[in-house]
Write a protein that binds this ligand. Structure first.
Ligand SMILES: Cc1cc2nc3c(=O)[nH]c(=O)nc-3n(C[C@H](O)[C@H](O)[C@H](O)COP(=O)(O)OP(=O)(O)OC[C@H]3O[C@@H](n4cnc5c(N)ncnc54)[C@H](O)[C@@H]3O)c2cc1C
Length: 471
């Protein structure tokens, strides 16, 4: 039997293992797969906790279906009936402006408006800012196809006010990144396509919104789903189906070596923290690419250097549970985002129990505050109590809360969000080429072609398919 080792039991590693088991079944080619995970559980940043009747997704809390790979995986696992869409009511987001929450204009999706009236009447932008945004419909498209930063694109098309007051916080809510360095090609290529296809992002967005009947503001909330019992449903289902895979939890890989490098297919030797090692014909390494870089330094210094150049940011999520009557705000949205110019401690907050049913018991609400990220890494120096105090101070002020929460929980996600810098796709191409020199090696994770759960599912599945093809 061909032996394969997968490093990392997050959604990328699990998707790789599942795809391998599908291929092995379909082609009647038995495989001996071991998955090594440093934590005492599977799932990586996907982790669901239950407490006092609350259902808390402590890392990600949903995924987009417009990128189909996670949804398809859920269907293949027979989880379709467990899927939960966002609540129909309140599919919109708020933004902080001069210390107050105001709605992001109806139809304003991530970067640009799809409707005129809500932008004309909003207090969010000045008259000058609104006129500058409208210029997108008349400005020529950019020549050439060099990568540019998200900030450069938005200021070029819509002006600085749009960037500072709404796009920066919306994008930070997804990528926890600095728009001045974030690659547009690697994160939001859709907007580049709209610019080149329609000559104007607004015209393109309006055409698409009509086509898809998109409603709301902020993200395209109608396209997001989770599971009734939390995102860990996906992890549990994968763990259950992979009963022939040897899971080695609480084991950290510290080094990888390539053996018999001269042969057609080399052996991969994986050294664990306890000093023992294992060998395999195929190796899939997942997790943050900076960690992968450390494992591969002895195998390929050039590859390791490229991998370590992909920066990561750490973040924390503070979960707060309140009685509904302790929160004065109507909570008539899925959450709020906070521009960096507002100088607050939180970068965004999600009203979890408004967004998805079953997240809080009757008469209570569950709030999630996001902290840290590329623009506020210094927040991660605070201890848990310090994060709770800072999150509560912001939410008390913004939402009119004047009571202590029933409970507060902090979840930290160190080095977990890849920050795709301008030129990222070119770097990924170099990495792919270099990996191609090492037969039997595949890399996956959120450091390459997408940070979302669907992207990671696809990355894991591709790694499995590539490996299966050559073994
Ligand atoms: C707070 C937060 C909120 C998010 N929200 C969303 C969201 O709502 N929707 C969405 O689509 N995406 C979201 N994301 C992004 C998405 O969840 C992640 O990009 C994705 O889950 C990463 O999966 P992964 O398997 O690549 O990495 P991870 O989940 O990081 O898993 C990697 C695993 O590898 C293990 N590992 C690493 N090194 C070693 C080693 N040397 N030896 C053994 N094991 C090792 C780690 O312990 C870890 O368990 C969010 C991310 C965060 C942090």
């Amino acid at each position: 039997m061909k032996r394969i080792i997968i490093i990392g039991g997050g959604i990328t590693g699990l998707s790789a293992a599942y795809r391998l088991s599908e291929l092995s079944g379909e082609r009647n080619c038995p495989l001996d797969v071991t998955l090594i995970e440093a934590r005492d559980r599977l799932g990586g940043v996907i982790h669901t906790v239950k407490r006092d009747g609350f259902l808390i997704d402590s890392g990600p809390d949903n995924f987009i279906t417009a990128k189909p790979w996670a949804l398809t995986l859920a269907r293949r696992l027979g989880l379709e009936s467990e899927l939960l869409t966002t609540n129909e009511a309140h599919r919109r987001a708020l933004v902080v402006r001069q210390g107050k929450l105001i709605p992001i204009p109806e139809g304003f999706l991530l970067m640009a408006p799809t409707r005129f009236m809500p932008v004309i009447t909003t207090r969010l932008f000045s008259l000058r800012g609104k006129l500058r945004m409208a210029m997108d419909m008349f400005l020529p498209g950019r020549k050439g196809n060099d990568d540019e930063s998200l900030a450069s694109f938005v200021t070029r098309r819509f002006g600085r006010e749009a960037l500072d007051r709404v796009v920066q916080p919306l994008i930070s809510g997804i990528y926890t990144a600095d728009p001045e360095t974030l690659s547009l090609q690697a994160t939001m290529p859709r907007f580049l396509d709209l610019e080149s296809k329609y000559g104007s992002v607004i015209k393109g967005m309006r055409a698409e919104a009509k086509l898809h009947k998109t409603k709301g503001s902020g993200a395209r909330y109608g396209m997001f789903v989770t599971f009734r019992d939390g995102l860990q449903t996906l992890v549990h289902a994968l763990g259950d189906r992979l009963n022939h895979v040897r899971f080695r939890l609480n084991e950290r890989v510290v080094q990888v070596a390539k053996k018999a490098a001269g042969s057609a297919i080399p052996y991969w030797s994986v050294e664990l923290k306890d000093g023992t090692s294992m060998e395999a014909r195929g190796l899939i390494i997942t997790g943050p690419s900076r960690h992968t870089a450390r494992l591969l330094t002895g195998v390929d210094a050039e590859l390791a250097e490229q991998l370590s150049a992909v920066q990561y940011a750490s973040s924390a999520v503070v979960h707060l549970a309140y009685r509904r009557d302790q929160v004065a705000h109507p909570l008539d949205a899925f959450g709020c985002v906070v521009p960096i110019t507002e100088r607050r401690s939180i970068i965004a907050a999600s009203f979890s129990s408004v967004k998805y049913e079953g997240r809080a018991p009757e008469g209570y609400v569950l709030l999630r505050a996001f902290m840290g990220g590329g623009l506020q890494q210094e927040m991660m120096q605070r201890d848990d109590e310090g994060l709770i105090v800072a999150a509560r101070r912001d939410l008390d002020h913004l939402l009119g809360i004047n009571a202590a929460p029933r409970f507060a929980m902090v979840h930290r996600w160190p080095d977990s969000m890849a920050q795709y810098a301008v030129g990222h796709l070119q770097r990924v191409a170099v990495i792919r080429k270099q990996v191609g020199l090492h037969k039997g090696l595949q890399l996956g994770g959120n450091g390459f072609e997408g940070v979302g759960i669907p992207d990671c599912v696809r990355a894991g599945e591709r790694a499995a398919e590539e490996l299966f093809r050559i073994l």
